[in-house]
Design a protein around this ligand. Sequence first.
Ligand code: ADP
Ligand code: MG
Length: 694
Amino acid sequence: MLTRMQFEDIRQSWVEYAEGAERKGILISEIRGLLGYGGIIHNFKNYVLRQETVYLERVQAQLVVFDGIMSTFDSLDLSDEERAAVADVKDAIDDYAAMLPVAVQAVENNWTAERIDARVKVDDTRAVAGMAALERNWQALQRSSSNRLLTAVEQGQTLIWIGFLSLLALVLAALLVGWLLYGMYRDLRHAVDDLADELTERKRLEHSESRLATAVEQSPATIIITDTEARIQYVNTKFTELTGWTLAEIKGQTPAFLQSGETTQEVYNQIRTGLAKGEVWHGVFRNRKKDGASYWAESTILPLVAPDGSILNFIGISEDITEKRQARDQVVRAQKLEAVGQLAGGVAHDFNNILTTIVGSTHLASLDAPENSDLAGEIAQIDIAARRAQSLIRELLTFARREPGEMRTINLGTIIDEVIGLLKASVPPIITIRHIPEDEPLFVRGDATHLHQIIMNLCRNAAEALAGNAGEITLTVVPYANKRVQLKVTDTGPGMSAETQRHLFEPFFTTKPIGKGTGLGLSVVYGLVDEMGGQISVHSELGQGSTFIVDLPRAAKSEADEVATEDEIPRGTERIILVDDEAEVLGTFRRLLQRLGYRVEAFTSPRIALDRFRSDPSRFDLVISDMVMPDMSGEDMVRELRTLRPEIPVVFCSAYKPRIVAVPGIAPAMLDKPVQPAKLAQELRRLLDKALAS
Ligand code: ADP
Ligand code: MG
């Protein structure tokens, strides 16, 4: 504002100077020109003196100019003094103008210069004084104007200077402020950076901490953290999943509630002393879950030690290795079974030969023992034991799949009675085993030994389920639908849970303690039933007993396969050539056959037997031979015999069950060792009668 006023002032001064003083000055100098040398008065005087018209003309022209200047002057803003001065000048010039015609007249009248001059004399002192006054005034004005202008300019300069200084100050101030601000910014920036760094670091720490926490929480191993007094402070999710215990339930307790009692207190004490010394313990526990079930935990227990060496916590990390153990146990069991199979195959031959002697001799002894005597009773016991041994070795061979099944038509009732006969000897008398027979006998197609095994396994499980308590096992066979039969084995035992029923037929599934159950029984039964074209199912509820139902295709009764009752022992008097490399077996057979009335020639060597036969081929009516012998097989020997007597009947007795027997002519009869004397007698009669008939 001040600056604007100052500049306005400068402008005013300039206008004043330019429009007033300057114009006035020009007019004043023009007037002075008209009044000075060569001016109006000068030319007027020259005209008077020289009387030349040129001066007259000059005066006349200059008067016109003067009048113009005067009228211009009137329009100017003049002070009183100036006005008076101008008036004085004008009066003087007007006086000259008035004298001009007088002078012209005088010149025309040829007056002398002196005369004219005297006549036209004009007093111009006032004009000179007026002129001086005008000039003085103008100069004063000019001075004041220029003074004002100067002042204004000076002020303007001051202003510019001040402005410059202000600007400079402003710039400096700005620089200072800028520098200060920059400093502040820098400091702030540092502070913020530091803060950000700290935050990042803290976040990183938190992150890694939470990552650690997550790793511990979601670890596939169970993790327990206790204080130094072994009181639980933390357990992870896996621990809860596995054991059923939540942290809330067990916080503050010692892990003793996990103990199944299988680890001795001594071991726990050792762990405790070791940990107190800062040692790590590694081993396997059998632990207990909340629901009482047990599991194997491969565990590492270690103390968490602070930098100063003091123990902060104990941490226990365990892996549930129950399944691993079970898998390992299964492999072990399978291998054991394999070994049993091999062993069974290896000993079967010898074992069956031994049994042949036992069974045969028992039979012979029974024939001599007085009826209903104690001796007869003992002999009957030996017979039962021998048969059990026989069925055992068969089962072993079937387990190992060493013995193929032999399809026959079998009377179910007969097999059931056989099984019950065997079972009764091994089951406590408080368990009743009943067979409710059908009116008509029911037949199925299959291998008698296999069927034997099916029924035996079901009954044995039933007896085991009763666990020595009183109870009943009932076996029934009923015709069912079209051409099917159902064999039911029912017990009054504890029954089973739905869970057990789901896994029942899986190999190695057992609820029995190690050493008692193999978990193979029902899986073998399942396989055998399936082989016979049947199905097996189970009905059971906890506390309600169990019923196993075997559904089999029914077969029509077939004459050829009909097994005669054991009581019938037909006799004969024919000549038999008997060959077996084992002297004891040979002896037993010979005595048996002789007892039946036959005439027997026995040989341990097939070659000697052959020689004897060749010497008189028609002497013999039948051949009984072992199959596997050291110097010649039974088959080879029979082939030779048949070149001499193509139709001679042959009975093979073998400790192994061969798949095919390759001999020419009529198929030989096959008898498994140990041979049942009754069966042998029946086969001999059948073959001899047939040969006689042809
Ligand atoms: P193992 O007898 O060796 O255990 P099994 O395959 O014969 O193997 O039987 C499997 C399981 O089925 C048994 O451990 C038992 O839990 C159950 N089981 C079988 N039969 C019966 C039954 N009659 N009553 C109750 N449980 C049974
Ligand atoms: Mg069983």
